[in-house]
Write a protein that binds this ligand. Structure first.
Ligand code: Z5A
Length: 224
């Protein structure tokens, strides 16, 4: 598809920092792994913004409540996609872009791939249409690397007891989501690190660290 026009400058020329994204299904370990990565990078002296979608802005927190509360009930798939896109627009404009412009590392727990997998593959909206909206919302800002933690949805769900509005969407839905994530990674393997989320936490962390440190070293070298 043709990417939408970025709001201010061509994509890729606006930032100096490094943008790392964790993606995957429920319970895959995204929060665990992003926290371990952030702690490691901060201990090594880097300035890191740890963030997530949906909900890591004042407006986003209100959108998150609508999106995930079982009290919301059914939402039309396009409504859901547009609310997630609004959360992303606010997140990128007020959290991610400013940090990247300051040269910081941004680690986000979920980003655009989540909407392609959940609203596109999961809700069976046309993925190119969902992508067009999400890319417009984010000014086509893309992660430097996306870590995809791949896990059978049943295994992920078994790591939790409660269910929010999307977690309760059913097995077939979550199977499509998983396939959606894997298809995104397969289409652009250089931009992804796909890991088996059944592995022990430490082993996964080591693989993430290796990839991110390689990226940071390449960025430092390029800046010389
Ligand atoms: N969504 C969407 O539809 N469209 C979008 O554009 C975006 C999101 C951005 C956000 O939920 C929901 O919004 C999500 C997608 C949708 N769907 N749902 N539901 P959330 O933010 O509340 O939750 P989440 O992002 O799905 O994360 P999570 O379910 O909390 O899981 P996680 O962060 O991947 O896992 P964790 O919290 O690190 O670990 C879960 C448990 O497993 C915990 O007890 C850990 O100690 C344990 N764990 C972690 N790693 C391991 C390993 N390796 N082995 C064994 N146990 C482990």
């Amino acid at each position: 598809m043709t990417p939408p026009e970025a709001p201010d400058a061509p994509a890729g020329t606006r930032r100096r920092g490094v943008f790392v994204c964790f993606e995957g299904g429920e319970g895959a370990g995204k929060s665990t792994q992003s926290r371990l990565l952030v702690d490691h990078l901060r201990a090594a002296g880097r300035t890191v913004v740890a963030t997530f979608e949906p909900g890591d802005t004042p407006v986003g927190a209100r959108l998150r409540e609508i999106l995930l509360s079982p009290e919301t009930g059914d939402l039309a798939p396009r409504t859901e996609a547009l609310i997630y896109a609004a959360d992303k627009a606010e997140h990128v404009a007020t959290v991610v872009e400013p940090a990247l412009a300051r040269g910081e590392v941004v680690v986000t727990d979920r980003y655009v791939d989540s909407t392609l997998a959940y609203q596109g593959a999961g809700r069976t909206l046309a993925t190119d249409e969902v992508e067009r909206v999400a890319r417009w919302a984010t000014g086509d800002l893309r992660p430097d690397v996306t870590v995809l933690l791949d896990l059978d949805p049943a295994a992920g769900m078994a790591r939790f007891s409660g269910r929010d509005r999307i977690e309760g969407a059913g097995e077939a839905f979550h199977a499509r989501v998983r396939d959606g994530f894997l298809a995104l990674a397969a289409a652009d393997p250089a931009s992804y690190l796909v890991l088996d989320a059944r592995a022990p936490v430490d082993k996964t962390h080591a693989a993430v660290l290796e990839r991110v440190e390689t990226l940071l070293a390449a960025r430092t070298e390029a800046a010389r």
